[in-house]
Write a protein that binds this ligand. Sequence first.
Ligand code: NOS
Ligand code: ZN
Length: 370
Amino acid sequence: MTGPANVPAPIPPTLGELGRAPKALLHDHLDGGLRPETVLDLAHETGYTGLPCDDATELAAWFRTAADSGSLERYLETFAHTVAVMQTPVGLERVARECAVDLADDGVVYAEVRFAPEQHLDAGLDLDRVVDHVLEGMRAGESEARARGRHIRVGVLLTAMRHAARSREIAELAVRFRDRGVVGFDIAGAEAGNPPSRHLDAFEYMRDENAHFTIHAGEAFGLPSIHEAIAFCGTDRLGHGVRITDDITVAADGSASLGRLANYVRDKRIPLELCPSSNVQTGAVDTLENHPFDLLARLRFRVTVNTDNRLMSDTSMSREMQRLAETFGYGWSDLERFTINAMKSAFLPFDERLEIIDDVIKPGYAVLLG
Ligand SMILES: O=c1[nH]cnc2c1ncn2[C@@H]1O[C@H](CO)[C@@H](O)[C@H]1O
Ligand SMILES: [Zn+2]
């Protein structure tokens, strides 16, 4: 973090070093993280003919460019192609297995990966079978990574689409699978016009079941969405939440004053699942340099680093951390703090969170800190 003027900024960690650092990821969409080759393979296998091109490199570039739209709605249109090839048991299991393997290869030790089961029913699967296949793929990916000496634990979050009307059903699905690898619930999709309070019964059900959930809020819409997510719905975390800066005023001398909502979020240690590259692509912020990540980190909000959609943003946890380190001058102690923030905020039992922090994260950064 940018320190006093006479202290030199740390040398930014390299991508190789970052790959070895233990990382915790709370916000990653399964249908936003496919390998481009897998999109092509599955399209051929299932007869999906809607892809814009037939070459993996071109397809990767297409997703990146199309997602660079400056609008959440247009960004979300790119998911039509990934969702289209994730309708069969084979497709769902492969995508989930590769997700776990790719995250483990990047040094992610704990991940919560989300997807919306209601979008995967086109080939006749029911909601329970969809979740079964994804969980099976995740377990296979964890084993495959372990066989190569990479240890990752993946928990799944079930997302309900906020423009649709199945949130209560998806919340019940999440609770039904809570002892089989599903660790929480979420709502996603176009934020403007679809406030979180539309899904109040789903959140009330989750709270009644002592179950965890997060809400995409404060990405394409500002403070009212964040306020509803917290005050009406009782969210545990905020998906993005970047627009909380609308309630923070920074004076010319750099001092910041917080409004009541921003203070509440900070006081209650409500985790912010910040996704820097995605926020630039959807236009939530104009450039990475202007991303409020550093302001929020300096003000000691509970900030976490996340990928959102690795395919659409052509990114990984290591790359998100590298971009932040290069932009804001972060060193290992900052990256360790963000990682511990994430692990503390995971939807795992407290003792299991602590075990990963004490046995994996702290020793990993101790080596890097030298
Ligand atoms: O940043 C985001 N904001 C809101 N919705 C999103 C974002 N990224 C992905 N999805 C939506 O979540 C669904 C389930 O994974 C995806 O299909 C996409 O429509
Ligand atoms: Zn998201």
